[in-house]
Write a protein that binds this ligand. Structure first.
Ligand SMILES: *[C@@H]1O[C@H](CO)[C@@H](O)[C@H](O)[C@H]1NC(C)=O
Ligand SMILES: *[C@@H]1O[C@H](CO)[C@@H](O)[C@H](O)[C@H]1NC(C)=O
Ligand SMILES: *[C@@H]1O[C@H](CO)[C@@H](O)[C@H](O)[C@H]1NC(C)=O
Length: 221
């Protein structure tokens, strides 16, 4: 009985771990590369039916900026990777799914990006799903519009929020300082006032006392 429980629990654990490790999310590619550096062109297509065996081959096409014709630059299939165009010779590495024909991540890595690499990249998944009695062929494609810049630029929103952060920090400090000076002055003034009042009170007390004394003296006369 206990053994059966243990078996079921361990089975559930393996299943959920498998699911976690095999989790696939179709994250969009970055679209801004820096000249002279490497860049990962992302392309992910998750298999909808994770329980069905599949194999996929991948083709990447490129349309240079300002041109209309696209051409093949890279393929990846059961025979491995092939670079198809001289412009990309020795500059492309596979960054996708490893050790499997069941490719879901077809990302490639561009080495030493140049301004001539700006343009539109498109990846095609040619996926064959193997059901018991038949095969089902699907084609999925994704597009990446790549811009090459001299230096990494930051989004305006991030710059604005950084400036706002400094403005608000300095503003708060100044406000705190003014408040402190104001309070200090107020306290000092109040102190003086209190002293003056105390002195007055003492003077009055003395005065009235002496008056009493005088009266007493007068009465005594
Ligand atoms: C992608 O490939 C490049 C070049 O081979 C390598 O430096 C980089 O670590 C790889 N990145 C991933 C996420 O595999
Ligand atoms: C990158 O390309 C530039 C110009 O094409 C070249 O001078 C440089 O040596 C290359 N760097 C690497 C790491 O390949
Ligand atoms: C970029 O393209 C232009 C025009 O085709 C060519 O003259 C230039 O040499 C290319 N630059 C690089 C770094 O490939």
């Amino acid at each position: 009985m206990a053994a059966a429980h243990l078996l079921i629990i361990s089975l559930l654990c393996t299943l959920s771990v498998d699911r976690c490790l095999g989790a696939c999310a179709e994250v969009d590619s970055d679209t801004e590369a820096v000249a002279g550096q490497g860049f990962k062109l992302g392309c992910i297509s998750c298999k909808r039916r994770s329980e069905v065996d599949a194999s996929a081959s991948v083709e990447w096409y490129f349309t240079p900026k300002g041109e209309s014709g696209s051409f093949a630059i890279y393929t990846y299939n059961e025979e491995g990777p092939t670079i198809q165009n001289d412009h990309f010779m020795d500059r492309v590495d596979w960054n996708g799914s490893k050790r499997s024909n069941d490719i879901q991540d077809a990302s490639i890595y561009l080495l030493n990006v140049t301004f001539n690499d700006s343009g539109t990249y498109q990846c095609f998944f040619n996926r064959i799903l193997s059901y018991e009695n038949y095969e089902y062929n699907t084609i999925v494609s994704k597009v990446v519009h790549l811009t090459v810049v001299a230096k990494a630029t930051r989004g305006t929103a991030s710059i604005v929020s950084e400036v706002m952060m400094y403005v608000s920090i300095i503003g708060l400090q100044v406000w705190l300082l003014i408040e402190m000076i104001y309070c200090y002055r107020k306290i000092a003034a109040a102190g003086e006032e209190a002293l003056r009042e105390a002195a007055n009170a003492e003077y009055l007390a003395i005065a009235s006392e002496s008056k009493d004394n005088c009266a007493g003296v007068q009465v005594g006369e």
